[in-house]
Design a protein around this ligand. Sequence first.
Ligand SMILES: Cc1cc2nc3c(=O)[nH]c(=O)nc-3n(C[C@H](O)[C@H](O)[C@H](O)COP(=O)(O)OP(=O)(O)OC[C@H]3O[C@@H](n4cnc5c(N)ncnc54)[C@H](O)[C@@H]3O)c2cc1C
Length: 381
Amino acid sequence: MIHNSSPAIVVIGCGVIGLSSALSLQELLRDDPSKSSWQVVIVSKEWPTSIPGAPIPHSIEYSSMWAGAHVRPIPPTTTQLRQEGLWLKQTVSKFNSLLKAETQIGLTLAPAIEVFEAPGDEYKAQTAESFEADSGLKGYRELTAKELPNGTTFGFEYESYCINSPIYCGDLLRKFIIAGGKTINATLRSVDEASIITPNVQFLVNTSGIGFNDSKVFPIRGHIVLTNSTCFDKTITRQNLDGTWNFIIPRFFSGGTVIGGTKEPHDWRRDPDSATCRRLLTGVEELKQYALSSGSLGQPENISVIQEIVGRRPAREGGLRLEIEFPSNTYSAESKLPVIHAYGAGGRGFEISWGVASSVSKLAKGLMVKLDQTKGRLAKL
Ligand SMILES: Cc1cc2nc3c(=O)[nH]c(=O)nc-3n(C[C@H](O)[C@H](O)[C@H](O)COP(=O)(O)OP(=O)(O)OC[C@H]3O[C@@H](n4cnc5c(N)ncnc54)[C@H](O)[C@@H]3O)c2cc1C
């Protein structure tokens, strides 16, 4: 039986990382009979209630509402990319099992195509075997020269996931609440404030996206256009020679199609600009012609814009911060309670979400053993 004074784990943030972590923590508590009285509480200033096109209650910092989103593996050539690749593979495996159990959760298994004007060697080195081994995704096939859109020199296809991010996050929140999770609507000024937001807090999980005063965190501005199009059955990504991108991500479940997009590190501009919007819509016309000629487009249609969107990807130098911080007397400690930090997912929060959540859960398991030992020692004094 859970009371208001039951021991609590407080998760700060209700984006895709916070929600996946909170659900994993509930599972951890369910598996441990000695923790049956514990509860998980999410405290957040924003919640997944968005219907794009309706009046928008979300800030551009609430990244999870603005994500396309699709799973697009990046060849694991650095330490950070290798770690993210492991999380991605765990997420793909979880998406597979989620979709087997339920089909209406905002996830769709769909074909993905990537094409390049000037591909890096790391992309050209991929094979069907290495791609599946690295990502867990099936169906990799290099495109023939005839299949490539004008101006591109290399491309491949595979089976991937498209995520209608507001629907998907809403579904995770509903699952969390049904499983006994508690929610508190609050804007915190510090991590520490979360330790007294509800009675008997044992430790904190900081999934606030951008963290609190972390100088390594920076935004990657994403300018995208949400359109009413419903004719695309696949996600298509084009990387251009000048470093720009064009992509199409269908938001299945009546969410239209996301036309993207920009990736602008350290760019703090909040508003969409019409020149970028025009460039994106022109780029998509070419991809549309390509999709049409490859026979994968439904009824051709006039695309109209529902909303021009700017969202910020919460990036961090060196990648996502995943570690436990223990309280100390030093000025820099962020809380008087232990904190598991899991923020700074950058542009990959959805595709690495369940891997990160599993790492959070492992850290939490170790932490609970430590807390039990400390309490045991104190009881003997
Ligand atoms: C245009 C665009 C396209 C993208 N496309 C993709 C894609 O295709 N695939 C993909 O995997 N990812 C994509 N991303 C990236 C993805 O959206 C992010 O990586 C992910 O949403 C980060 O999730 P998060 O939970 O860490 O942070 P967020 O979603 O930002 O959530 C942070 C949470 O913390 C809360 N919070 C923050 N500060 C406080 C405070 N002081 N007090 C209380 N609560 C607080 C917020 O209210 C929010 O609930 C895209 C992002 C953008 C902008």
